[in-house]
Structures are given as C-alpha cells and as structure tokens.
Design a protein around this ligand. Structure first.
Ligand SMILES: *[C@@H]1O[C@H](CO)[C@@H](O)[C@H](O)[C@H]1NC(C)=O
Ligand SMILES: [Mn+2]
Length: 598
C-alpha cells in the first residue's frame, strides 16, 4: 500500500515536470517567459503592484456599492445566480464574472478559436487609449525631419477582425502620415468568415479616405510564417519595412526612433520593445527593454544586454542584441541584399534565429530600441500547430546545417537527437550555403566570441540522452522529484527529466543541460556515506568539494573517482529496483548517444 502511494507520487511529479517543460517550450516564442532571475524578480514586483491595484480597485468598488446600497442590492443577488460555466477556462480566471450564460458561451467559443479574448476585443474601441510605457527620456528625444519612409507588414492567420482593425488603426494614428507608405496585410490562408468579405469592406473604407494605404496579400494555401513574412517584404515599397504580427497595437512615436536608427546605419536590423497584452483582460503590462537571444534548441528567449549598455545608465538607448524574436524592422533593400528570410523554413520557428545569425555574420547587426514600443497580445494558444516542437526541430536542424559550423551538433544534443540518421528531412540547403559564401559571412565562432559569449560551447560533452542499466532496460535514470536532490530509477519516458550528459571532466548531468554559461547544470554526486546518490548544482558542488567526477565507458560501470563506489541498481525489500551507490559489482550502463568514443 505504502509503496503504491509512493510510486503514484513519483508518476505525478514526472508528468507535471514533463507538462511544465512542454508548455514552456510552446510559450517561448512569445518572449513572455522571462528567464533570468533578475527578470523574474521584476516580474514578481510588477505582479505584486498589479495585485495591489486590483485590491484598491475592489476596495473602491465596495465603497461605491455601500453608498448606493438600496439600488445595487437587487443586482448583486442577480449576479450570484449566474453560473460560472467554465470554471476551468483560463479566460475566466480573472475576467468575465458579470457575463450571462449566453455571453460566457460566446466568449469561451471565441477564446478557444483564437487564443485571446475576442469577445472583449469586439467591445473595446478600435482606437482605445493605451498607457505610455516608455522611459521618460524617450519623450525628450528629437528626431530628424527627413526620416526614411516605412511600409508596415502585418502577418496573420485566423486573427480576429477587431484585433486587426485595432492594429491598423494604431499604425495610422501613431505614424507620421508623410512617412507611412502603406500597410500590407498578409493573410496566410485564414479561413474565418470575418477575414473574407468583411475585411475587404473595412480596407475599402480606409482607402476611400487614404487611397492605396492598405494593401492585402492573401495566400491561396498556408505557406508558413517565414514565407508569409517574405511575401510581405516583396510587396513593400517603402525605404524601411516593418514586419509585425497583426495582434499588436503600436505605441505613440513608435516609428521615429526606428527610422532614425536606420537613417544613421542601414545595416542595423531592429526590434521594438514589446509590452504584453494579457490574452484575457487585454490590459497592457509594461515590459522593460532587454536583448533577444536563444538557447541551443534555438527557441528564443530574453537575454541581458551587454555590459556596455548597462554602463550607459540610460534605458532609453538602443542596445545590441544577439537575436531577434520575430517582429523586425529593417532597411528594405539591405534586407534584400542579405537574403531576406530563408524560404526553406516550414510552418513556424527558427527563422528568426537564422535571420539573426545571417545579419550578424554577414555585415550587419541587431538592436533593440527601447523608445519604440509595441503592445503584443500573448496568446494562450497559437494557431499554426498544436505542437510547435516538430516544425521547430526541423527548422533548427536546418539553421544548424547552414550556420553553426563545428557547433551544429549542439542542436542535436539539445533536442536529444542522434548526430547522424535522425531521419528528419531539413530540405535543400545548397542555396543558403551559397548565399553564405557569396556574402563572405564570418564563421559562427566569431559570433560566439563577439556577439553572444554567454552561450555555452558544450565542447566537452561526450555522451547524451537517457542512461540505462543492463539489468532493467525499460528503466532510466531520472532527476527524481523537484524540488529535491535525489536521482531515481524510473520507467523510461524520454523527456527532459531523464536526459543525462557525460562530459570529459567526468561530470554526469541529470535532468537536462543548460545552454548558457550563467546557468548551472545538476551533477550526480556520491555523498560518501549511505547508499543514496545525490544531485546538486554543479558549480556549488565543485566549490564544496563534493564527489562529482565519475569514470564511465560506454557499456561499463559508472565509478566515482573519489570514493571508488559505483552507481548501481539494488533490489529493495519491496522487490523494486532502486538507484544506489555501493561497492562495484560490475553492472553495466549505456548512454543513448555517443559523440566521441569513450
Ligand atoms: C476614437 O474615435 C472616435 C470616432 O472617430 C473619436 O470620437 C474619439 O475621439 C477617438 N478616441 C481617441 C482616444 O482618439
Ligand atoms: Mn505574436
């Protein structure tokens, strides 16, 4: 009985781990997963401030009701009678308490379809006022009069019409008219009714006022994000092109700082700073400027700027960025000269990293411009594919093949794929490799050394993947419950909690590997007494002098260099196998993938 309960808990822990991991992977594109501890702290603070504002608002509400008590009483009793139809829905967790049942049904249906609150969007003014979230220094900046002109491209797939209207309206209202060449709507084969006739009527209405301002490019089949962006670039006529999502609202004076930067140097590819628009309340949450980057899976993430930026002590200044999240602003011709986007990318993901590497390696650079702000709806789910990791893996391997030189195997390691014969078709890369030659681009090593030194080289990894013992081949080493510091033996499920790495120093990481030098992996340790192995932060373990170095050859024992004990399986009184440390008895271990023979 007791044993069953314990196994049950472990199963739940592992499933939760995997789910958290999978949802993390899905969300990273939106950039709203903050990665660094300092960001989390800022985020925590913002959240607390927000909570307080809500509390104050409630307090005011309550006071208000007290005054008008006789009138309100009836309403309140009525409210209580409305059933919450979707207590589990993320849409209603902090929104929609006053909705009738019919309204809840409509709101939930639209939420399921679009991933954000269309019901509310349809009821907000298209020209709603949004708070100015820029640094105060931005309002003092003066930009040249003769800035280059700009074409704004909005890419969408099954977007709500009211959301597109709000994007278009904000661009027309907040871009100097003499600089705005056009707004190009690129429809990657949306099927919703609103985006057929009704959007054309809307375009007609605006063009009646401003002939030719809005153009539409509609694809007759879905071509994916990279190609859709490319088609927007092809249609553009302005000197500068901004390729944006359609679920955005631009802030006041968003264009000038970008155009001024490109006027100063046409080889800089730019990103504005995104504020988050909550998918449920559509409220704007201020984000502070930060660089864009990626991990070895080539998922994008926020990153700190280089130290030079912080030394300026002026958060309104543009900062160099290793990568770009997806939304981009560039000199139209320069973007063409360096090959726009890789049309060999399918569906979604990785194309931004490809662009970033190409820009940096082939004569340009990337900057984030804090005074240019764009509010961006963070969707609860995305329209392209329920599981974005499949196209992402394919695109990541393609980027690796074209750009990463001797570091390309890191992408295989990150996705736990074999180095050869992984069976994933990355398409034809000849043209892109020729482009790299033609543009005389620098080697990837230069990028690592000069642009993104925070990316860990992973040069010492010798083997990776799940780690199994001959005695029990359907079981794998697993990081065990989190938080916790005891690795366990568990049925193999091949998710991150079971990924292990053996490096040339003799360390064994369990439960994934970190891409950045500022993060630390978790190392298998022998505590020296007792039979339970440990799992500890490697940097700390090294400082404390714990026994973290192991001798291991593929198909042989795992023996601690300090204690001489082996990691083995032992059968407990419950007849289950457990991971234990004991005098070596010759048990054999096999790691899934080998990089160098060891
Ligand atoms: C929004 O548009 C309406 C109608 O054109 C106008 O009356 C109103 O002043 C506008 N609001 C803002 C905040 O610009
Ligand atoms: Mn988006």
């Amino acid at each position: 009985m007791r044993i069953t309960a314990r196994v049950g808990v472990l199963v739940i822990v592992v499933i939760v781990n995997s789910l958290v991991y999978m949802s993390l992977r899905q969300e990273t594109y939106n950039a709203n997963k903050l990665q660094r501890p300092e960001d989390l702290e800022v985020f925590g603070r913002l959240k607390r401030i927000e909570d307080q504002v809500h509390k104050i608002a409630k307090f005011i509400d309550v006071k208000d009701k007290k005054v008008k008590e006789p009138v309100v009483k009836q309403k309140i009793t009525k409210k209580i009678e409305v059933k919450k139809l979707y207590p589990q829905s993320r849409l209603f967790s902090s929104w929609g308490a006053e909705l009738t049942e019919e309204e809840q049904m409509e709101a939930e249906r639209q939420f399921q379809e679009y991933g954000y609150n269309v019901f509310l969007s349809n009821r907000l003014p298209v020209n709603r006022t949004i708070p100015d979230t820029r640094d105060h220094r931005c309002t003092l900046k003066i930009y040249p009069n003769d800035l280059p002109s700009i074409s704004v491209v909005l890419i969408y797939l099954n977007e709500a019409l009211s959301v597109i209207k709000r994007a278009v309206r904000s661009i027309i209202d907040k871009t100097p008219a003499h600089l705005l060449t056009e707004i190009i709507l690129v429809d990657d084969y949306s099927l919703n009714e609103d985006l057929q006739l009704p959007i054309d009527e809307y375009i007609g209405l605006i063009n009646k006022d401003k002939p030719g301002l809005i153009k539409k490019v509609r694809h007759k089949r879905q071509i994916g994000l990279a190609k859709a962006r490319m088609s927007g670039w092809e249609a553009a006529k302005g000197q500068v092109v901004a390729i944006l999502d359609a679920h955005i609202e631009v802030h006041k004076e968003w264009a000038e700082p970008l155009l001024a930067r490109i006027k100063a140097d046409r080889t800089i590819v730019l990103s504005p700073v995104f504020d988050k628009v909550r998918f449920d309340t559509l409220e704007i949450i201020k984000y502070n400027p930060s660089a864009h980057a990626f991990d070895w899976n080539l998922w994008c993430m926020y990153e700190s700027f280089r130290p030079e930026w912080y030394k300026m002590n002026d958060p309104s200044e543009p900062g160099k960025s290793p990568s770009i999240m997806g939304i981009l602003v560039a000199d139209r011709q320069f973007l063409g000269e360096i090959g726009v986007l890789d049309e060999g990318m399918t569906i979604y993901g990785g194309e931004n990293v490809e662009l970033a590497l190409r820009v940096w390696l082939c004569g340009g650079s990337i900057e984030v411009v804090p005074c240019s702000k764009i509010a961006h709806i963070e969707r609860a789910h995305k329209p392209y594919s329920p599981d974005l990791s499949k196209p992402m893996i394919r695109n990541a391997l393609r980027v690796a093949e074209i750009w990463l030189d001797e570091y390309k195997s890191n992408v295989n390691i990150a996705w736990n794929l074999p180095l050869k014969d992984h069976g994933i078709d990355i398409g034809d890369v000849t043209e892109r490799k020729e482009l790299r030659e033609k543009l005389k681009c620098k080697p990837f090593k230069w990028y690592l050394e000069n642009v993104y030194p925070l990316l860990d080289r992973w040069k010492d990894i010798m083997g990776y993947g799940v780690l199994k013992n001959d005695l029990k081949e359907d079981h794998c080493i697993d990081q065990g419950p989190v938080p916790g510091s005891v690795p366990i033996l568990f049925r193999c499920h091949n998710y991150k909690p079971q990924y292990c790495y053996y490096n040339s120093n003799g360390e064994i990481y369990i439960g994934g590997i970190k891409s950045h030098t500022y993060n630390s992996n978790r190392c298998l340790t022998d505590p020296g007494s007792g039979s339970t192995p440990g799992l500890h932060d490697c940097k700390q373990a090294k400082e404390k002098g714990l026994s973290i170095y192991w001798d291991f050859n593929q198909g042989n024992a795992i023996r601690n260099r300090n204690t001489n004990r082996c990691l083995e399986l032992g059968q407990g009184q419950d007849s289950y196998y457990h991971l234990i440390l004991q005098t070596c008895s010759g048990q054999k271990w096999t790691i899934q993938h080998v990089i160098k023979d060891f």
